[in-house]
Write a protein that binds this ligand. Structure first.
Ligand code: SAM
Length: 261
């Protein structure tokens, strides 16, 4: 495995912002630069991770115990398999990421756990993601599955808005009724200045970001029933542990359910 850890990567910068220990000095340096220019970015990361936790908790509580986490990042703070298993022991999670170091770390963190699998893949390669042995072994596509696309589609280039939305639709298409989509995406709609700074900082990493707007996000949920409160910010999606603190709003988030045909 050939990985250049001298170039910062989003999963490890995120881990740094969340207070984790699975990062290297270039990631920490990139994280520190972000913190210096965008005060509150750590709280924004915590607020976003809180959304992922509550989305998984909510969906598991609604009876779905299979998850496909696309662009999973490092399963450190509130990892979906831990959250889902708190609600339903035996809930299964397939983590997908294209960063080989993320995959290596995730494999170590979930070693011996027969309810999780880690797949190294580009989330845009739908056929491989859905068709590989690990996914097929763990997930039963005749039963509802929750697809998580949290802060991952924003790494698909900005000139591929239609591709990104079509990809979401293709994943949803592969799911049976009663399945869920939880999606979060960086946006410049709330604070264009801060979003521009973040975008500029990430341009120097292995994982540049492209913010998208509310109509794009709503398009991804076409044909799905949005769970309350609909399309909103991470902190406003069913808050349960109080105010995460003052932070820039960098995301849209939403959860939708695939209705009966
Ligand atoms: C910001 S992190 C989000 C982690 C987690 N989903 C969360 O919401 O906290 C984005 C993750 O997406 C992964 N990623 C970016 N582009 C990807 C792609 N084309 N295919 C698979 N994973 C990708 C990155 O390696 C990183 O781990």
């Amino acid at each position: 495995m050939q990985v250049d850890v001298s170039i910062p990567a989003v999963a490890r910068i995120d881990d740094f912002l969340l207070g984790g220990g699975h990062n290297f000095w270039p990631d920490r340096a990139a994280g520190e630069r972000l913190v210096a220019t965008v005060p509150g970015i750590k709280l924004a990361a915590v607020a976003h991770r809180g959304f992922v936790r509550r989305a998984v908790h909510t969906i598991t509580g609604l009876g779905v115990c299979q998850f496909l986490d696309l662009g999973a990042g490092l399963p450190t703070l509130s990892a979906p398999h831990s959250v889902a298993n708190e609600v339903t022991p035996g809930a299964v999670v397939v983590y997908v990421d294209n960063d080989p170091l993320v995959v290596a770390h995730a494999e170590l963190l979930t070693e011996g756990d027969r309810c999780t699998a880690v797949v190294q893949a580009d989330l845009a390669d739908l056929d491989f993601v859905l068709g590989n042995d690990a996914t097929r072994k763990l997930l039963d596509f005749t039963q509802p599955i929750a697809v998580l696309m949290c802060a991952s589609l924003q790494h698909l280039p900005g000139d591929r808005d239609d591709d990104a939305a079509a990809l979401v639709a293709a994943y949803v298409d592969a799911l049976c009724p009663g399945s869920y989509l939880a999606l979060s995406h960086m946006t410049a709609d709330h604070d264009a200045e801060v979003a521009a700074v973040v975008q500029e900082r990430f341009a120097a990493t292995t994982t540049p970001v492209w913010p998208r707007d509310e109509p794009w996000l709503r398009k991804c949920f076409a044909g799905l029933d949005l769970l309350e409160p609909g399309v909103t910010t991470p902190a406003q999606w069913r808050p349960d542990r109080g105010d995460p603190g003052q932070h820039p709003d960098l995301y849209y988030v939403a959860v939708g359910r695939k209705p009966k045909a």
